[in-house]
Design a protein around this ligand. Structure first.
Ligand SMILES: Nc1ncnc2c1ncn2[C@@H]1O[C@H](COP(=O)(O)OP(=O)(O)OP(=O)(O)O)[C@@H](O)[C@H]1O
Length: 214
């Protein structure tokens, strides 16, 4: 899905050759400041590498329009954004920004279910709690229906049980629909339970170029 070769970025990241597999669940782990978010931002073309090349499938990042790239790989940052309006407005706005047609009620309900946010869609989104807003941002990304989801600590604001429900539903959806998930997590439990491939970052370097989980 993604390949990074000879990549250096921001004086922190140094990646010789890393392949992030398609249609699998990849967890990026490692201590604070080890370069996890920097790596995820490169995968979303939010940053460009100072050196080296990044591919999304057959496409080279330096040769592909970032907007087009981001239709294939949608990122949910750690500090999520909530827009003015209802939950429904917040779910549709990503599609609207991308110039795509609105999603059906059924699609919105499925996205809310996957994110474990069973709320009235007409409710004002700004009244949601921090953890609910985090799940709303995840549901908005699901509604976009990209090939790959890039999630920066998607369960950081959730209690353990809710985090587990979200991960169970999300990973089932990813596997059943042949999608790719790349997510940063500080939870060893989540990485051990859900990942097919783990990238452990240390001082900006992916240890052993990632490893398959048995
Ligand atoms: N825009 C930037 N310019 C320069 N240095 C940056 C920039 N953004 C991040 N860094 C530095 O790069 C290093 C890696 O940051 P990054 O956010 O990728 O770490 P992380 O592993 O995601 O950390 P955390 O788990 O705390 O979120 C840090 O030392 C950080 O200070």
């Amino acid at each position: 899905m993604f390949r990074l070769k000879g990549v250096k970025a921001r004086g922190v990241l140094s990646i010789t050759d890393l392949t992030i597999p398609a249609k699998r669940i990849t967890c990026i782990v490692g201590e604070s400041g080890s370069g996890k978010t920097t790596l995820l931002r490169l995968l979303n073309q939010l940053d460009s590498p100072d050196e080296g090349e990044i591919w999304l499938g057959q496409h080279l990042s330096s040769e592909m329009d970032p907007t087009q790239w981001r239709r294939g790989a949608v990122m949910v940052p750690q500090a999520t954004i909530t827009f003015k309006g209802t939950i429904r407005d917040n779910l549709q706005i990503g599609l609207s920004f991308a110039g795509k047609p609105e999603a059906s009620n059924e699609q919105l309900e499925e996205a809310l279910h996957l994110a474990s946010l069973e709320k009235d869609m007409e409710q004002n989104a700004e009244d949601l709690s921090g953890g609910e807003k985090q799940r709303l941002a995840l549901a908005r990304a699901i509604v976009m229906n990209p090939m790959a989801l890039l999630l920066d600590e998607p369960t950081s604001a959730l209690d353990e049980d809710t985090a587990d429900t979200v991960m169970q539903r999300l990973t089932t959806f990813i596997r059943e629909n042949g999608k790719t998930l790349v997510m940063i997590t500080h939870s060893r439990y989540i990485a051990d339970t859900y990942a097919d491939f783990v990238i452990e970052m240390k001082n900006g370097v992916p240890q052993g170029n990632g490893r398959d989980v048995e």
